[in-house]
Ligand binder design. Sequence first.
Ligand code: GAL
Length: 961
Amino acid sequence: MLTKIPFFKIFYFLILFLIISANSIAQLPNVSGSKREHISIDNDWRFALGHAYDVSKDFYYGTGGFSYLAKTGYGDGAASAEFDDRGWRKLDLPHDWAVEQSFSPKGSFSHGSKAIGRNFPEASVGWYRKTFAIPASDLGKHISIAFDGVFRNSIVWVNGHFLGTEPSGYHGFEYNISEYLNYGGNNVIAVRADVTMEEGWFYEGAGIYRHVWLNKTDQLHILPEGTFVTTTVKDNVAGVTATSAISNDSEKPRSFDITQTIIDDKGKALAAKNTTGVVLKPFAAKDIKSLLNVSNPKLWSLDMPCLYQLITTVEENGIVLDSYVTTFGIRTIRFDANEGFFLNGEHVKIQGTNNHQDHAGVGVALPDGLQEFRIRTLKGMGCNAYRCSHNPPTPELLDACDRLGMLVIDENRLMGTTSTQLNDLKRMITRDRNHPSIISWSIGNEEWAIEGNIKGARIAATMQAFAKSVDSTRYITAAISGGIGWGISTVIDVLGYNYVATKNTDEQHKKYPDQFSWGTEEGSTVASRGIYENDPDRHQLAAYDRKQNDFFYSLEQGWKHYASRPYLAGMFIWTGFDYRGEPTPFGWPSVGSYFGMVDACGFPKDDYYYLKSWWTKQTVVHILPHWNWQGKEGQEIRVCTYSNCDEVELLLNKKSLGKKTMEQNGHLEWQVKYQPGTLQAVGYNKGIKVGSDMVKTTLPPVQVKLSANRKAIRADKKDMAIITVEADDKNNLRVPTAQNEATFSITGPGKILGVGNGDPTSLEADKYVERIDLVHIDTLKEKFVDDLNPKAEVAEHYNDSKWQNAFMDTRDDEFGRKVKAIVYRAGFNMPADVAAATATFFSKNIGTVQNIFINGKEIGHQIKVADLNTDFKLDASLLHPGNNTLAIVATPLLKANIWASVNTDPGLIQLVYPPAPYKRKLFSGYAQVIVQSTGQPGTIVLKASSPGLKSSAFEITAAEK
Ligand code: GAL
C-alpha cells in the first residue's frame, strides 16, 4: 500500500531536488571577454601645497576671465591640463600631507596639533596632479575615476574639465570621464583638497589618503556598488538573494542576458541563475534580482570567516561585455532585547573596540597590510567587534574584517535629514552592504544638540527608517552620551550607551523592554604604555587601570557592568588603538590620545592583558609593572596581575609572596617591597600550574635589536613589514625604560614609510620627506639686440637698471619685423643653504630659439620652441646664496592671432633638499618602523644605530609572488 506523503513534504523534496540539480549544473561563468578593467592609479602623482586664500600661492586656479565654473574645460592654473607641474614632488598614493607637517601649539589640539587647519592657510590646501595615457582603442567605453576618499572638500578636474566637488573626507566618489578624455593620448587629473575646516574632533589627515582607480567598462555595465547580496539560512540551506543593477549608458536600447553565479572560496561554482532577454532603454538602469541556494553553506563566523563570491556577467548577442565580482558571506545575525547578540544562532558577547583611522608613522594613509596588522592586533586580545568611530572607513579595513572575522559597526559622520545627509547615509550603506562583517549601521555619535530632545527623536527615527529602506538586514544604532529616556533613546532600535557610569541601563531596559542595547563607548581609561608612575609635568599617566573621574568607569568596572547583564549585547572600548589628537586629560604639548588598549603603533598596554584574560579562552598570566626601580629599594611598589587562572602566586626572587584567588573579570594586586631581581606571577587552575609571567631587573642597554612581523613581503610597491625596535642589555633582556634615540637607514628595494613609538607627548617627526622649494622667476626686463650672441648683457652683474620691463610690446608680426632678438634678464634669490639642495631649472621657452645663462654661464644653447619645457640640472657651483641672475637671449615668440597670448614665463628653479635620516626615540623600550616595497625583488636591509649602543640590521626579502 502506498503511504500518503503530505503535500508540503513533496514540495520540500521538490525544492531540494531543484537546489541540488541547480548546484550540480552550475558552471564557472565565462568572464574572459569582459571589458571591465579596474586599474589602480595610485602611483606617480605630483603634489604641491597651495594656499587657502592667496591665489598666487594657489597656482592661480579660478582666476581666468571665464572660470572652470563658467565654461567647461576652463580649468586654469594648476587645474589646467597644460599647467607645468615638473617642479612638484613625485609621490605615490595613499598620501597624507598632515602627517608630514610639524607640530604647533596653534594647531588643532583635537587633531593632534599638526600645523594645518585654519591657522595655517599655507599648509591647508594640497594639489595633486597625474598624467595618464588612454589608448585610442578605449574610445566608446565607459570610463570613470573612482576616489575611495579624499580629505577633504576636494575639487577634481580632468583635462581642465571640472568634474565635481566632494565635501566629505570619508565617502568614496566616482566621476564618469568618458567624454573628456584624449583617446590615444595623455590626460591629466588635477585634484585640489582643502582641510581648512575639520569634519571631526580627532586626527583626520589631509589629501588623497585612500586608493584611486580607473574603471573601464562597456556602456552597458553593472553599476558601481550596484550589487547587493543578502542571505538567510534554514535547514542547512542558504537562500542567497543577489541583486545586480545594470545600467545602459549608451544612446541605443540594449537587449542582453545576465548570469549570476555563486562560487566558493576554492573557486567552485555552486549555483547560477540566468536572466535572459532583459531590455534597457538608453540611460535606463534596472535591478536584476535572483534567489540562489547554497546547500551546506560554510557560515561566516569569527573563527572561520568563510567568504563566497557572486559573479555577475552581462552578455549581449552571446558576447560577454561585463563581469563583476562581489564578495559576501553567509551568516545570520540577530539581536535579542534580553539575551544580546547572536551570530549564526550562537550567542556572542560583543567585545568591541572603537578606532579612528590613523596609525603611527603614516597618519591616515595606511597601506592595506597595515589594516590587517591592526585587526590582527585587536583580535589578539579577544576583540571581536570594531566600531568605525566616527565615519565610514577605508574599504580595505572592511575587507580585513571580512577576511579575519571581526564584527563591525559602520558609522555615519553627521546626523541630519536633508537630502544631502540622507544621501550620505545611503552612500555608506550602498558601498559597504555586502561586507558580512557589518552587523549594524550607526546613524551617528553623541549629537549633543539633539540626542536628548524631540528633534533628536525625529531625526533619528527618520534616519533609521531611511537606512532600513536601503538595507533591512542590519540593525540600526546610535551612540548616545546623555538624555537616556528621552530623545534618540526612545526611538532607536539598538541603543548605544556611551559611558554607563552616569547612566542607569537597568532602568532604560525596564522602560523599553523590547529595545536592544550595547555599550558603544566604555572603558575610557587613560594610560602611557610602559609607564607606572603619574608624572603630570611630563604628561605621563601610569598604566594601571583606574577610573578617570566621576563620569567614567575604569576598564574593569565597565566590563563588569556589561558582562553581568545579558540584555546588554556587549561593549566597545574607547579605544582599541591610541590615535592622534584628543590628548585627554592634557593639552599641548601632548599630541596623541592615551585611551588605547594598544598605543598608536600597536604595542600593547597592560590593559590589553586584562581584556585578553576575560575575552579569550587562552591561559593568560600578565604582571605589571616592569622591575627596574633602581633607587627605590625597600619601597613598596604596586604590583598587579591580569589572569584568567583560578589563583595567582607571586614570587619575588623565587620567594613566594602568597597565592591569591582571582575573581571573575577581576585582577589581583600586591604591594611589594622592591628588591632588584625577578618578580614572577604563576597561574594555577585547580591547583595545577598552567602559566606564568615574569619581569626582571635589567642592566643598562648595550644594543639595538630589530624584529619584524614578516620577513618576506611581495615586491609590489604596496606590501610592507612592521619592524619593532628595542634596546637590550648585555643579557639580551629588553630594557623597558630605554629611551635611546635610534637612527635608521635602508638599502635594497624598500623604503621607510614612517616611524613611531607610541608616546603621546612625542613631537618627533613621523616622516622624513624631501623638502622642495620652487623659486619662480617672474620680473623679467628686456633689451632688443641684433642677434643671439651678445656678450656683456648676459653677464651676472651687468647693470640692467635702465632696461624696460619685458613683454610691454604686443608680440605681433610688426614686432617680429622690427626686433631680431631680445635679451631678457631677471634676478632671483637663492637661500643660504642652496649648496645643500639639488637644483633644476625647469625652463619654458620665451623665444623661438633661445640661449640660457645663469650667472653668466650658458646652460642651454639654441633651445628651440619645439623642444618645449626643457629641464637643466644646475651644478652646485653655479648658484650662490643671495641674488643670482638669469639671462635669456631669444628670437621673439609671436602671437598666432590677435586673441592668442605668448608665453612670458621663463620657468622656475626647483631646489630639492634630501630628507634627514629617519630617527626615533624609544618610548618605554620600543619604537616602530614601517617598511614598504619599492617594487623590485631583492633583499631590503634596515639598519638601526644609536649612540653608545651596538647597531643592528634586519633583512626582509621582497619577492615577486
Ligand atoms: C566621546 C566621543 C569620542 C571621544 C571620547 C573621548 O564622548 O564620542 O569620540 O571624543 O569622548 O573621551
